[in-house]
Design a protein around this ligand. Structure first.
Ligand code: PLP
Length: 360
C-alpha cells in the first residue's frame, strides 16, 4: 500500500515505526498492559519515561552536566513570554534578531513585558535572507540575545552561530531541533516544542544552563518558573504523558535507527538538496526568493508564476498523495517541510512530480 507523503509544516510527519509503537501503546503498553492514555503521571513507569527521554536527549546532543532539561507545556509561544519575565524583571534590555514570521512573534510577545531592541530586521526586504555575523553590531550590555534558528514560514535557517560570547544566547529551535548537531554550550537557553521534528504537540523541551536558574526573580507564577520543573522533575502538575511518551520513541528512533544527529543531518541535507536542485533545474518555473546561503534544510519554500498557479500546483500534488504543501497563510506559495521523519523516497516523489508538472 502506498502511504500518503506528509510535507506538513507542523504538526509534522513522524517515523512509521514510532507510529506503529504508538498505535500499540494506545491500546496496551507492553510494559504495563494499560493504555498510555490512562497511565498515571505519578507512576514509576512515567518516571522511567521522563528519565530515559532526558537521557536520550543528553546523549544525542552531548548536553553538558551544567544544563537542566525541562519538559513544559504552552508551546514555543509560552517561552516567548517567559524569557523577558525571567531576564528583564530587574530592568535592562534584550536584543532580538527579526528574521521572519516567528521571530517577529517572539519580539511582539517579549515587548509586552520588557525593553526589546532589534539590531537587525529583514522585514523591509520581505525576509528573504539572514544577517551575516559581520553585519551585526550587538550590545555587550544586553541581558540576553535571542534568535530563531530556523524560520519555518520563510524557509530560512542559520548555518552558523550568532551573538556575543559575553551575552546569554537564547534560541528557538522549534523547527530544526535534533535535525543536526547543536553545540549546547554555545547557549544559555534553548527551547523547542515537539510538534515539528520531535513528536506530537503538547510538550516543549527547554535546555537551560544552571546559571540562568539563579537569576529567576521571585514571584513568577509556578508554571512559568523553570526552578519548579527542576525540583519536581517536570511533574509539578499533570504533564502531557502521551506527548512525552511519543517523544521518547522518537529519541530512540534517532539513536537506534538513524544513528545520531550527524547521520540525521546528512539525510536532511540530501533531502533538501534534491528539492533545491529540482527548483534550480526548472528554469524559473519554480522560484525560490531565499538567498541560497540561508536556505533551510527543513522548510523549502518556492513560488510559481502566480498565486493561482501555486494553488493549482498544491491541489494537483495533493491528488497524487503529496500532502501539506501549501505555503503559510501569511506568505502563500509552496512550502515543503522536510522534517526528520520525511523519507528521501517522499522527497524523490515530490521532485519527480515537480519536474512532470513543469513540463505541463
Ligand atoms: C511553529 C513555531 C512556533 C510556534 O510554536 P507553538 O508551539 O505553536 O507556540 C514558534 N517558533 C518556531 C520557530 C516555529 O516554527
Amino acid at each position: 500500500m502506498l502511504r500518503a507523503h506528509n510535507f506538513s509544516a507542523g504538526p509534522g510527519a513522524l517515523p512509521r515505526s514510532v507510529l506503529e509503537q504508538t498505535q500499540q501503546a494506545v491500546i496496551e503498553l507492553p510494559e504495563t498492559g494499560l493504555s498510555v492514555l490512562g497511565m498515571s503521571h505519578r507512576s514509576a513507569w512515567f518516571e522511567r519515561v521522563l528519565d530515559e527521554t532526558e537521557r536520550n536527549l543528553r546523549e544525542l546532543l552531548h548536553v553538558p552536566a551544567s544544563y537542566r532539561v525541562l519538559f513544559m507545556q504552552g508551546g514555543a509561544t509560552l517561552q516567548f513570554a517567559i524569557l523577558p519575565m525571567l531576564f528583564l524583571a530587574r530592568g535592562g534590555f534584550a536584543e532580538y534578531l527579526d528574521t521572519g514570521y516567528w521571530s517577529a512573534k517572539s519580539i511582539a510577545e517579549a515587548r509586552r513585558f520588557g525593553d526589546i531592541r532589534v539590531p537587525w530586521s529583514g522585514a523591509a526586504q520581505g525576509y528573504d535572507r539572514l544577517p551575516k555575523a559581520s553585519e551585526l553590531t550587538l550590545s555587550e550590555s544586553a541581558k540576553y540575545f535571542h534568535y530563531v534558528s530556523n524560520e519555518t514560514v520563510e524557509g530560512l535557517q542559520f548555518h552558523d552561530l550568532r551573538g556575543l560570547s559575553g551575552v546569554p544566547r537564547v534560541c528557538d529551535l522549534s523547527s530544526d531541533f535534533l535535525a543536526r548537531p547543536t553545540t549546547v554550550s554555545d547557549f544559555a537557553l534553548l527551547y523547542a516544542h515537539a510538534q515539528k521534528n520531535l513528536g506530537p504537540a503538547g510538550v516543549t523541551v527547554v535546555i537551560v544552563h544552571e546559571s540562568v536558574l539563579e537569576k529567576i526573580p521571585e514571584g513568577l507564577p509556578t508554571m512559568l518558573d523553570y526552578r519548579r520543573y527542576v525540583e519536581t522533575k517536570s511533574i509539578y502538575n499533570t504533564p502531557p504523558v502521551f506527548a512525552v511518551y511519543v517523544t521518547l520513541l522518537v529519541t530512540r528512533w534517532l539513536r537506534d535507527e538513524i544513528g545520531g544527529l550527524e547521520a540525521m543531518e546528512q539525510r536532511n541535507a540530501a533531502k533538501a538538496l534534491r528539492l533545491y536542485r529540482a527548483i534550480a533545474e526548472s528554469r524559473e518555473f519554480y522560484r525560490s526568493s531565499i538567498l541560497p546561503r540561508d536556505r533551510s534544510l527543513m522548510n523549502v519554500t518556492f513560488q510559481l508564476s502566480s498565486p493561482e498557479r501555486a494553488r493549482h500546483f498544491v491541489a494537483a500534488a495533493e491528488a497524487r498523495g503529496l500532502h501539506g504543501l501549501a505555503g503559510h497563510r501569511a506568505r502563500g506559495g509552496v512550502r515543503a517541510s522536510l522534517y526528520n521523519a520525511v523519507e528521501l523516497e517522499s522527497v524523490d516523489a515530490l521532485a519527480d512530480f515537480m519536474t512532470e508538472y513543469a513540463l505541463g
